[in-house]
Design a protein around this ligand. Structure first.
Ligand SMILES: *[C@@H]1O[C@H](CO)[C@@H](O)[C@H](O)[C@H]1NC(C)=O
Ligand SMILES: *[C@@H]1O[C@H](CO)[C@@H](O)[C@H](O)[C@H]1NC(C)=O
Length: 353
């Protein structure tokens, strides 16, 4: 390996092999993603700056903390902001975990799209398999592939377009029937549900209202289509119905999560007001029901986001809580990765989302 990194010089004294240098990097015209860990002593984060300089990015892109790289782990956040505006041939952004979305441009052949992320200390050479970083890393790579090479590389796209079965064909009806209608209370705030169906004997609006009126204050329907049941029957029966459409198989966007959190905050306020007015009479506090189709992946994403943003859960705790109450929990791995990109440690408490 060591031998291979050394150049061989041609007759005019130019290096022709060994580690790729400026000339070779400059010739790359496919999108590039650089990721480094601040405490990596093997391939140091400063190497990323060096590479970026080849693409015209000033070396101020990354400066190790005073006292030198790889000192004691620090808790700085958010780490670095890329300069990089207006640099021809590259679109750069650097932040610790949140892939800001502003400078993204479509990939074109003539252009190298270059992105760089530095994970803050204590991220090290082990970051591809360190439990603290591998999910966020995976999320960054998925975003990058999808945004800079081909959107068909996104898992969401593939699940959506490469599936062969219709939503309510016999197989999915059987799947729906096999799923528990209502979860245990999640974080003392939510019930995760599967969608109601107008024609079902048990899980349709009228029997549902009978059974759940005192325990469920409102239902938030996050499925994309019109509901396959009549929601006015819920409203008339005393359970508010709210629609917040989101696309299945794709992680809910930051805006959608913000709307969801705002809606839940409002409903929580109404629940508290009702308890103040009517008293609780020994009954448990009514909670909020949330459903997509089956109440696992998308519903789990929103519920865990809320628990993290509002109830002081860490990502791991929120995922665990949802899994405990709605086994087997969120199963789309790309949803979990996205949660880790959004809420990774170090940015907690300063979500800025
Ligand atoms: C791709 O980039 C857009 C912004 O241009 C962003 O909204 C979106 O979340 C990104 N998606 C993925 C999968 O990276
Ligand atoms: C949730 O995600 C898993 C894994 O991608 C997928 O197999 C499943 O069909 C999704 N939906 C439900 C209801 O589990």
């Amino acid at each position: 390996m060591a031998w291979g990194t050394l150049p061989v010089y041609d007759s005019s004294g130019r290096p022709t092999s060994g580690l790729p240098g400026e000339a070779i990097w400059k010739g790359v015209c496919v999108p590039l993603l650089f990721i480094a860990g601040e405490s990596d002593q093997v391939t140091k984060a400063t190497e990323v700056s060096k590479l970026l300089e080849y693409f015209g990015v000033p070396s101020s892109f990354y400066k190790p903390e005073i006292g030198g790289e790889g000192d004691m782990p620090s808790r700085r956040s958010p780490l670095l902001k890329g300069p990089a505006d207006g640099i021809p041939g590259s679109s750069i952004l650097a932040s610790s975990y949140i892939p800001a979305v502003s400078h993204r441009e479509p990939y074109s052949k003539e252009k190298a799209n270059v992105k760089a992320f530095i994970f803050p200390s204590p991220a090290s050479h082990a970051l591809p398999y360190d439990r603290a970083t591998y999910r966020a890393l995976s999320g960054l790579i998925q975003d990058f592939l999808c945004n800079y090479t081909d959107s068909r590389l996104s898992i969401g796209w593939q699940l959506k377009h490469l599936t062969t079965s219709g939503k309510w064909d016999v197989k999915n009806l059987a799947k729906w029937k096999a799923v528990a209608p209502v979860s245990n209370p999640v974080g003392n705030t939510f019930f995760a549900l599967k969608t109601l169906r107008e024609l079902d004997e048990e899980h349709s609006p009228l029997p549902f209202v009978q059974k759940w009126k005192s325990r469920i204050f409102a239902i938030i329907d996050i499925s994309h289509e019109s509901p396959i049941y009549n929601p006015t029957q819920l409203d008339q029966g005393g359970i508010q119905y709210h629609k917040l459409p989101t696309v299945s198989k794709i992680p809910p966007t930051i805006d959608e999560v913000r709307d969801f959190v705002a809606l839940v905050d409002r409903l929580e306020g109404e629940i508290s007001a009702r308890i103040r007015d009517e008293g609780i009479n020994g009954r448990p506090r009514p909670l909020i029901g949330v459903h997509c189709h089956y109440g696992f992946n998308r519903t789990g994403f929103f519920l865990t986001s809320y628990l993290i943003e509002r109830k002081g859960f860490t990502i791991e705790e929120a995922l665990e809580e949802f899994k405990r109450c709605r086994p087997p929990g969120i199963r789309h791995p790309h949803f979990i990765d996205t949660l880790f990109v959004r809420y990774c440690a170090g940015l907690r408490g300063d979500l800025g989302l």
